[in-house]
Design a protein around this ligand. Structure first.
Ligand SMILES: Nc1ncnc2c1ncn2[C@@H]1O[C@H](COP(=O)(O)OP(=O)(O)OP(=O)(O)O)[C@@H](O)[C@H]1O
Ligand SMILES: [Mg+2]
Length: 318
Protein backbone atom coordinates (compact mmCIF):
# COMPACT_ATOMS: atom_id res chain seq x y z
CA UNK A 1 0.00 0.00 0.00
CA UNK A 2 2.79 2.42 0.95
CA UNK A 3 6.42 1.98 0.11
CA UNK A 4 9.19 4.47 0.78
CA UNK A 5 12.64 3.98 -0.66
CA UNK A 6 15.76 5.91 0.24
CA UNK A 7 13.81 9.06 1.01
CA UNK A 8 16.00 12.10 1.67
CA UNK A 9 14.93 15.60 2.56
CA UNK A 10 17.32 18.46 3.13
CA UNK A 11 16.38 21.93 4.34
CA UNK A 12 19.44 23.93 3.28
CA UNK A 13 22.39 22.22 4.95
CA UNK A 14 20.20 20.35 7.38
CA UNK A 15 19.31 16.73 6.63
CA UNK A 16 15.84 15.99 8.00
CA UNK A 17 15.41 12.60 6.27
CA UNK A 18 18.39 10.42 5.58
CA UNK A 19 17.70 7.49 3.22
CA UNK A 20 14.50 6.50 4.98
CA UNK A 21 12.94 3.16 4.04
CA UNK A 22 9.52 2.05 5.09
CA UNK A 23 6.73 -0.27 4.03
CA UNK A 24 3.10 -0.39 5.13
CA UNK A 25 1.00 -3.26 3.82
CA UNK A 26 -2.71 -3.10 3.03
CA UNK A 27 -4.93 -3.36 6.12
CA UNK A 28 -2.18 -2.47 8.55
CA UNK A 29 -2.36 -0.01 11.41
CA UNK A 30 1.19 1.26 11.34
CA UNK A 31 2.61 3.29 14.23
CA UNK A 32 5.25 5.75 13.08
CA UNK A 33 7.12 6.64 16.25
CA UNK A 34 10.06 8.89 16.99
CA UNK A 35 11.20 11.66 19.29
CA UNK A 36 10.53 15.34 18.56
CA UNK A 37 12.32 16.48 15.44
CA UNK A 38 12.95 12.91 14.19
CA UNK A 39 11.33 13.60 10.81
CA UNK A 40 7.78 12.23 11.17
CA UNK A 41 5.91 15.31 9.93
CA UNK A 42 8.40 15.78 7.10
CA UNK A 43 7.83 12.18 5.97
CA UNK A 44 4.05 12.48 6.26
CA UNK A 45 4.00 15.74 4.31
CA UNK A 46 5.99 14.10 1.52
CA UNK A 47 3.66 11.07 1.49
CA UNK A 48 0.66 13.39 1.26
CA UNK A 49 2.16 15.34 -1.62
CA UNK A 50 2.55 18.59 0.34
CA UNK A 51 6.33 18.62 0.32
CA UNK A 52 8.84 17.55 -2.31
CA UNK A 53 11.54 15.09 -1.42
CA UNK A 54 15.17 15.92 -2.17
CA UNK A 55 15.63 12.36 -3.44
CA UNK A 56 14.11 8.92 -3.06
CA UNK A 57 10.70 7.56 -3.95
CA UNK A 58 7.31 7.12 -2.35
CA UNK A 59 4.73 4.73 -3.82
CA UNK A 60 1.11 4.68 -2.74
CA UNK A 61 -0.84 1.78 -4.18
CA UNK A 62 1.84 1.25 -6.78
CA UNK A 63 1.80 4.92 -7.90
CA UNK A 64 4.85 7.14 -7.61
CA UNK A 65 3.64 10.10 -5.59
CA UNK A 66 5.94 12.48 -7.43
CA UNK A 67 4.10 11.76 -10.70
CA UNK A 68 0.45 11.19 -9.80
CA UNK A 69 -0.50 14.09 -7.58
CA UNK A 70 -4.21 14.10 -8.43
CA UNK A 71 -4.72 10.34 -8.08
CA UNK A 72 -2.63 10.43 -4.92
CA UNK A 73 -4.97 12.94 -3.31
CA UNK A 74 -7.90 10.59 -4.01
CA UNK A 75 -6.11 7.67 -2.36
CA UNK A 76 -4.97 9.45 0.79
CA UNK A 77 -6.85 10.97 3.70
CA UNK A 78 -4.52 13.25 5.62
CA UNK A 79 -5.03 14.48 9.19
CA UNK A 80 -2.44 17.20 9.85
CA UNK A 81 -0.86 17.99 13.21
CA UNK A 82 -2.72 21.31 13.36
CA UNK A 83 -6.43 21.99 12.82
CA UNK A 84 -7.60 24.24 10.03
CA UNK A 85 -9.94 27.00 11.19
CA UNK A 86 -13.22 27.58 9.42
CA UNK A 87 -14.96 29.24 12.32
CA UNK A 88 -18.23 30.35 10.89
CA UNK A 89 -19.31 27.00 9.51
CA UNK A 90 -21.49 24.30 10.95
CA UNK A 91 -20.02 20.80 11.21
CA UNK A 92 -22.25 19.65 8.35
CA UNK A 93 -21.28 22.61 6.13
CA UNK A 94 -17.63 22.07 6.86
CA UNK A 95 -17.81 18.49 5.63
CA UNK A 96 -19.88 19.42 2.58
CA UNK A 97 -17.23 21.98 1.72
CA UNK A 98 -14.55 19.29 1.76
CA UNK A 99 -16.79 16.84 -0.14
CA UNK A 100 -17.14 19.48 -2.87
CA UNK A 101 -13.36 19.82 -2.98
CA UNK A 102 -13.32 16.16 -4.01
CA UNK A 103 -16.09 16.66 -6.56
CA UNK A 104 -18.82 15.13 -4.38
CA UNK A 105 -22.10 17.14 -4.38
CA UNK A 106 -25.82 16.95 -3.60
CA UNK A 107 -27.39 13.81 -2.14
CA UNK A 108 -24.15 11.89 -2.43
CA UNK A 109 -22.39 14.55 -0.37
CA UNK A 110 -25.08 14.50 2.36
CA UNK A 111 -25.04 10.75 2.63
CA UNK A 112 -21.23 10.65 2.68
CA UNK A 113 -21.23 13.41 5.31
CA UNK A 114 -23.57 11.48 7.60
CA UNK A 115 -21.69 8.26 7.00
CA UNK A 116 -18.38 9.75 8.16
CA UNK A 117 -19.98 11.64 11.06
CA UNK A 118 -21.42 8.36 12.26
CA UNK A 119 -18.05 6.61 11.93
CA UNK A 120 -16.29 9.21 14.07
CA UNK A 121 -19.18 9.58 16.55
CA UNK A 122 -20.17 13.17 15.71
CA UNK A 123 -23.59 12.70 14.15
CA UNK A 124 -25.31 14.47 17.04
CA UNK A 125 -23.02 17.49 16.68
CA UNK A 126 -23.93 17.92 13.01
CA UNK A 127 -25.59 21.31 13.51
CA UNK A 128 -22.97 22.73 15.88
CA UNK A 129 -20.61 25.50 14.80
CA UNK A 130 -17.07 24.21 14.26
CA UNK A 131 -15.55 26.75 16.67
CA UNK A 132 -17.79 25.60 19.53
CA UNK A 133 -16.55 22.01 19.35
CA UNK A 134 -14.22 20.72 22.05
CA UNK A 135 -10.69 19.84 21.03
CA UNK A 136 -11.52 16.14 21.04
CA UNK A 137 -14.51 16.77 18.77
CA UNK A 138 -12.41 18.93 16.43
CA UNK A 139 -9.98 16.04 16.20
CA UNK A 140 -12.83 13.74 15.20
CA UNK A 141 -14.04 16.28 12.68
CA UNK A 142 -10.57 16.33 11.11
CA UNK A 143 -10.74 12.56 10.87
CA UNK A 144 -14.22 12.78 9.30
CA UNK A 145 -12.85 15.29 6.80
CA UNK A 146 -10.01 12.92 5.89
CA UNK A 147 -12.53 10.09 5.32
CA UNK A 148 -15.00 12.04 3.19
CA UNK A 149 -13.68 10.76 -0.17
CA UNK A 150 -13.20 7.16 1.08
CA UNK A 151 -9.42 7.09 0.71
CA UNK A 152 -7.59 3.78 0.92
CA UNK A 153 -4.79 5.12 3.09
CA UNK A 154 -5.32 7.30 6.14
CA UNK A 155 -2.31 9.27 7.35
CA UNK A 156 -2.55 10.92 10.76
CA UNK A 157 0.14 13.16 12.22
CA UNK A 158 0.24 13.14 16.06
CA UNK A 159 -3.53 13.20 16.43
CA UNK A 160 -3.49 12.80 20.21
CA UNK A 161 -1.81 16.12 21.04
CA UNK A 162 -3.73 18.16 23.59
CA UNK A 163 -6.33 15.49 24.28
CA UNK A 164 -7.02 13.94 27.67
CA UNK A 165 -6.23 10.23 28.18
CA UNK A 166 -9.86 9.09 27.94
CA UNK A 167 -10.42 11.00 24.70
CA UNK A 168 -7.15 9.66 23.30
CA UNK A 169 -8.20 6.13 24.12
CA UNK A 170 -11.61 6.57 22.48
CA UNK A 171 -9.89 8.01 19.41
CA UNK A 172 -7.55 5.00 19.24
CA UNK A 173 -10.60 2.71 19.43
CA UNK A 174 -12.11 4.53 16.43
CA UNK A 175 -8.89 4.03 14.47
CA UNK A 176 -8.89 0.35 15.32
CA UNK A 177 -12.48 0.05 14.08
CA UNK A 178 -11.53 1.82 10.84
CA UNK A 179 -8.65 -0.58 10.38
CA UNK A 180 -10.95 -3.55 10.94
CA UNK A 181 -13.22 -2.06 8.28
CA UNK A 182 -10.37 -2.29 5.80
CA UNK A 183 -8.62 1.09 5.94
CA UNK A 184 -4.84 1.11 5.94
CA UNK A 185 -3.67 3.59 8.56
CA UNK A 186 -0.39 5.27 9.31
CA UNK A 187 -0.33 7.21 12.55
CA UNK A 188 2.59 9.13 14.01
CA UNK A 189 3.29 9.78 17.66
CA UNK A 190 6.21 10.38 19.96
CA UNK A 191 4.58 8.13 22.55
CA UNK A 192 5.21 4.51 21.70
CA UNK A 193 3.00 3.00 24.39
CA UNK A 194 0.01 4.89 22.96
CA UNK A 195 0.36 2.99 19.75
CA UNK A 196 1.69 -0.39 20.73
CA UNK A 197 -1.69 -1.67 21.91
CA UNK A 198 -3.54 -0.84 18.69
CA UNK A 199 -0.91 -1.05 15.97
CA UNK A 200 -0.12 -4.17 14.00
CA UNK A 201 3.29 -2.83 12.98
CA UNK A 202 5.61 -0.06 14.03
CA UNK A 203 8.47 1.90 12.58
CA UNK A 204 10.80 3.84 14.85
CA UNK A 205 12.43 6.87 13.25
CA UNK A 206 15.32 8.77 14.76
CA UNK A 207 17.33 11.61 13.23
CA UNK A 208 15.73 11.00 9.84
CA UNK A 209 16.53 7.27 9.75
CA UNK A 210 14.39 4.22 10.38
CA UNK A 211 16.01 2.39 13.29
CA UNK A 212 13.54 -0.43 13.69
CA UNK A 213 10.46 -1.63 11.91
CA UNK A 214 8.31 -4.70 11.76
CA UNK A 215 5.25 -6.43 13.14
CA UNK A 216 4.81 -5.80 16.85
CA UNK A 217 4.42 -9.50 17.71
CA UNK A 218 7.59 -10.43 15.84
CA UNK A 219 9.55 -7.61 17.43
CA UNK A 220 8.42 -8.65 20.90
CA UNK A 221 9.27 -12.31 20.27
CA UNK A 222 12.64 -11.39 18.91
CA UNK A 223 13.51 -9.09 21.82
CA UNK A 224 12.35 -11.61 24.37
CA UNK A 225 14.31 -14.43 22.77
CA UNK A 226 17.52 -12.58 23.60
CA UNK A 227 16.48 -12.01 27.21
CA UNK A 228 17.52 -14.45 29.95
CA UNK A 229 15.26 -17.08 31.43
CA UNK A 230 14.49 -16.25 35.04
CA UNK A 231 14.22 -19.43 37.06
CA UNK A 232 13.25 -19.48 40.73
CA UNK A 233 13.63 -22.66 42.79
CA UNK A 234 12.32 -23.46 46.25
CA UNK A 235 15.61 -25.21 47.17
CA UNK A 236 18.50 -27.08 45.44
CA UNK A 237 19.80 -23.93 43.68
CA UNK A 238 23.27 -25.50 43.23
CA UNK A 239 21.89 -28.65 41.65
CA UNK A 240 19.70 -26.57 39.32
CA UNK A 241 22.71 -24.43 38.35
CA UNK A 242 24.78 -27.54 37.66
CA UNK A 243 22.07 -28.97 35.40
CA UNK A 244 21.79 -25.66 33.54
CA UNK A 245 25.57 -25.38 33.07
CA UNK A 246 25.62 -28.81 31.44
CA UNK A 247 23.00 -27.75 28.85
CA UNK A 248 24.79 -26.67 25.62
CA UNK A 249 22.05 -24.12 24.86
CA UNK A 250 22.74 -22.23 28.11
CA UNK A 251 25.52 -19.75 27.40
CA UNK A 252 25.77 -17.95 30.74
CA UNK A 253 24.14 -18.07 34.14
CA UNK A 254 24.06 -15.82 37.16
CA UNK A 255 22.73 -16.75 40.59
CA UNK A 256 21.24 -14.64 43.34
CA UNK A 257 19.95 -16.64 46.32
CA UNK A 258 17.32 -18.99 44.86
CA UNK A 259 17.00 -17.10 41.58
CA UNK A 260 18.94 -18.07 38.46
CA UNK A 261 19.16 -15.99 35.29
CA UNK A 262 20.13 -18.23 32.36
CA UNK A 263 20.95 -17.00 28.86
CA UNK A 264 19.36 -19.62 26.70
CA UNK A 265 19.65 -19.79 22.91
CA UNK A 266 17.09 -22.53 22.27
CA UNK A 267 13.62 -22.44 20.75
CA UNK A 268 10.36 -22.24 22.69
CA UNK A 269 10.12 -26.05 22.52
CA UNK A 270 13.66 -26.46 23.85
CA UNK A 271 12.77 -24.04 26.62
CA UNK A 272 9.87 -26.32 27.62
CA UNK A 273 12.24 -29.30 27.47
CA UNK A 274 14.64 -27.55 29.83
CA UNK A 275 11.87 -26.98 32.34
CA UNK A 276 10.87 -30.64 32.07
CA UNK A 277 14.49 -31.72 32.77
CA UNK A 278 14.65 -29.55 35.87
CA UNK A 279 11.37 -30.90 37.20
CA UNK A 280 12.27 -34.52 36.38
CA UNK A 281 15.55 -34.07 38.28
CA UNK A 282 13.38 -33.39 41.32
CA UNK A 283 14.22 -29.67 41.49
CA UNK A 284 11.30 -27.70 42.94
CA UNK A 285 10.93 -24.94 40.31
CA UNK A 286 8.50 -22.24 41.46
CA UNK A 287 8.78 -19.99 38.45
CA UNK A 288 10.27 -20.14 34.95
CA UNK A 289 9.82 -17.07 32.71
CA UNK A 290 11.61 -15.00 30.10
CA UNK A 291 12.63 -11.59 31.35
CA UNK A 292 10.25 -9.03 29.81
CA UNK A 293 11.38 -6.00 27.86
CA UNK A 294 8.80 -3.38 27.14
CA UNK A 295 8.70 -1.76 23.73
CA UNK A 296 9.18 1.50 25.56
CA UNK A 297 12.55 0.41 26.97
CA UNK A 298 13.57 -0.55 23.47
CA UNK A 299 12.41 2.81 22.11
CA UNK A 300 14.53 4.70 24.64
CA UNK A 301 17.49 2.50 23.85
CA UNK A 302 17.19 3.01 20.09
CA UNK A 303 16.72 6.76 20.29
CA UNK A 304 19.55 7.32 22.77
CA UNK A 305 22.12 9.47 21.01
CA UNK A 306 25.21 9.15 23.16
CA UNK A 307 25.86 5.73 21.71
CA UNK A 308 25.64 4.38 18.18
CA UNK A 309 22.27 2.83 17.54
CA UNK A 310 22.15 -0.55 15.95
CA UNK A 311 19.87 -1.04 13.00
CA UNK A 312 17.41 -3.86 13.37
CA UNK A 313 15.26 -4.81 10.47
CA UNK A 314 12.51 -7.30 10.79
CA UNK A 315 10.94 -9.14 7.91
CA UNK A 316 8.39 -6.75 6.47
CA UNK A 317 9.19 -6.88 2.82
CA UNK A 318 12.00 -4.32 2.66
N1 LIG B 1 10.69 23.93 6.61
C1 LIG B 1 11.74 23.56 7.37
N2 LIG B 1 12.90 24.25 7.32
C2 LIG B 1 13.98 23.88 8.06
N3 LIG B 1 13.99 22.82 8.87
C3 LIG B 1 12.85 22.09 8.98
C4 LIG B 1 11.67 22.42 8.22
N4 LIG B 1 10.71 21.52 8.53
C5 LIG B 1 11.26 20.68 9.42
N5 LIG B 1 12.54 21.01 9.69
C6 LIG B 1 13.46 20.29 10.59
O1 LIG B 1 13.46 18.93 10.24
C7 LIG B 1 13.53 18.12 11.41
C8 LIG B 1 12.38 17.16 11.40
O2 LIG B 1 11.19 17.86 11.65
P1 LIG B 1 9.76 17.16 11.72
O3 LIG B 1 8.77 18.24 11.92
O4 LIG B 1 9.60 16.27 10.55
O5 LIG B 1 9.93 16.29 13.05
P2 LIG B 1 8.83 15.47 13.84
O6 LIG B 1 9.35 14.08 13.99
O7 LIG B 1 7.51 15.63 13.20
O8 LIG B 1 8.86 16.14 15.27
P3 LIG B 1 7.67 16.44 16.31
O9 LIG B 1 7.51 15.18 17.14
O10 LIG B 1 8.21 17.54 17.14
O11 LIG B 1 6.45 16.80 15.55
C9 LIG B 1 13.52 19.05 12.60
O12 LIG B 1 14.84 19.23 13.04
C10 LIG B 1 12.97 20.35 12.02
O13 LIG B 1 13.49 21.48 12.69
MG1 LIG C 1 5.70 16.42 13.82
Amino acid sequence: MLKIENLCKRFGDFTALDHLNMQVDKGELFGFVGPNGAGKTTTIRIISGLLRATSGEVWVNGMRTSRNTKKLKESIGYVPDTFGVYDNLKVSEYLEFFAAAYGIYGKKASSRRDEVLEKVGLLEQREMMVDTLSRGMQQRLCLARALIHRPELLVLDEPGTGLDPRTRRAFRRTLKDLCEEGYTILISSHILTELSDICTSIGIIDMGKMVLQGQIDEIMLSIEASNPLLITVFRDTDRAAELLRRNPLVTRISIEKNKIAAHFTGSREEEAELLRELVEAGIPVTSFVREQTSLETLFFHLTEHEQEVSVFEFESGI
